[in-house]
Design a protein around this ligand. Structure first.
Ligand code: SAM
Ligand code: DTB
Ligand code: SF4
Length: 337
């Protein structure tokens, strides 16, 4: 039996698998490299110890400030450095955001995530408006998540006071590969923001992207970083690169969906209690591939026709898939946030 599923004393909730934060890179590699069906079977067993296998969380994204970002993230259609056809939009009005969040809730989402194409949060009118948006969405009985770039401790505390549930800030890839994708901020800057979020008592949403030309070893490196954050990020988005014309990664080689499933299963075994979100990239996956990712331990998806700026599967199609799989939407307060 492998390290990750050695039975421990069973805790009060009947969970035999203990959370660990001392993974070595070799032990992560040992898990990642297992025969895929063994890996998925082990991941599904751990998944069932910690989560209701009949439910997945539906989340909805909204780009509250779009395009014109000064950063050079090689995957991103919102960087001002690339000609991608994304229309720049200033910060939305609070009421418009509140209406979108209410619609998302009425359509079954229990988490609403607002994204801004900023390098970092700046104090001032725009940040005050975002705080109002957070208050408005929180009052709709939704989990509220924001992704606004780098944050200071003080800004994180103000977001917490406004009722923010989670802050998304991804490590994106391994420390070694990171410099090939982004030059305008460092891996350590990202870790600093994640620490500020933690210190403010906001839950952490932190994951990465696969399909940027990275190797298995880079995916292992990313998972190793995430799994040694203590506590683990409560939410781990695994994105499949959406290749956007005009970005440096527009022609990146497609990654096989089995690699995505392998990455998800490894994340599930390393971070058993976290929500693992099959995030961007579902538009290029078959329903069988999505099903395999759910079997591998993903328990959340983004729904709605758009992610931030790129398309996502039609809602009807997702509803049909969930029905065919016998899955129901997790309601607010039912799962770990
Ligand atoms: N500007 C903020 C930041 O970078 O932290 C927040 C928004 S940014 C769009 C949020 C995350 O979306 C990125 O960290 C990246 O992981 C993901 N993302 C962006 N473009 C993507 C793409 N084309 N395919 C997959 N994921 C992408
Ligand atoms: C995350 O990890 N994935 C979401 C969310 N966090 C903000 C964003 C995906 C963006 C995909 C590209 C786009 O639509 O612009
Ligand atoms: Fe800007 Fe975020 Fe896109 Fe990077 S990922 S270019 S920081 S919007």
């Amino acid at each position: 039996m492998s390290e990750s599923c050695v039975p421990n004393a069973v805790d009060q909730l009947g969970r035999g698998t203990a959370l660990r934060y001392d993974w070595t890179r070799d032990s992560v590699r040992e898990i990642y490299d297992r025969p895929l069906l063994d890996l998925i079977f082990a991941a599904q067993q751990v998944h069932r110890e910690f989560h209701d296998p009949a439910r997945i969380q539906l989340c909805r994204l909204l780009s509250i400030k779009t395009g014109g970002c000064p950063e050079d993230c090689g995957y991103c259609p919102q960087s001002a450095r690339y000609d991608t056809g994304v229309q720049n939009q200033p910060l939305m009005a609070v009421e418009e955001v509140r209406r979108a969040a209410k619609r998302a809730r009425d359509e079954g989402a229990s988490r609403f995530c607002m994204g801004a194409a900023w390098r970092e949060v700046r104090d001032g009118r725009d940040f005050d408006t975002v705080l109002e948006m957070v208050r408005a969405v929180a009052s709709l009985n939704l989990e509220v998540c924001c992704t606004l770039g780098m944050l200071t401790d003080d800004q994180a505390q103000r977001l917490a006071a406004a009722g923010l549930t989670a802050y998304n800030h991804n490590l994106d890839t391994s420390p070694e590969f990171y410099g090939r994708i982004i030059s305008t901020r460092r891996y350590e800057d990202r870790l600093r923001t994640i620490q500020a979020v933690r210190r403010a008592g906001i839950t952490v949403c932190c994951g990465g992207i696969i399909g940027m030309g990275e190797s298995d070893e880079d995916r292992i490196g990313l998972l190793h970083q995430l799994a040694n954050l203590e506590p683990h990020p409560e939410s781990v988005p695994i994105n499949m690169l959406v290749r956007v014309h005009g970005t440096p990664l527009a022609d990146a080689e497609l990654v096989d969906a089995l690699v995505l499933a392998r990455t998800i299963a490894t994340a599930r075994l390393l971070m058993p209690a976290s929500m693992v979100r099959l995030s961007a990239g579902r538009n290029s996956l078959s329903r069988e591939a999505v099903s395999l990712c759910l079997l591998a331990g993903a328990n959340s998806i983004f729904v709605g026709e758009k992610l931030l700026t790129t398309p996502n599967p039609e809602r009807d199609k997702d509803d049909r898939l969930l029905r065919d799989l016998g899955l129901q939407a997790l309601e607010h307060g039912q799962g770990p946030s």
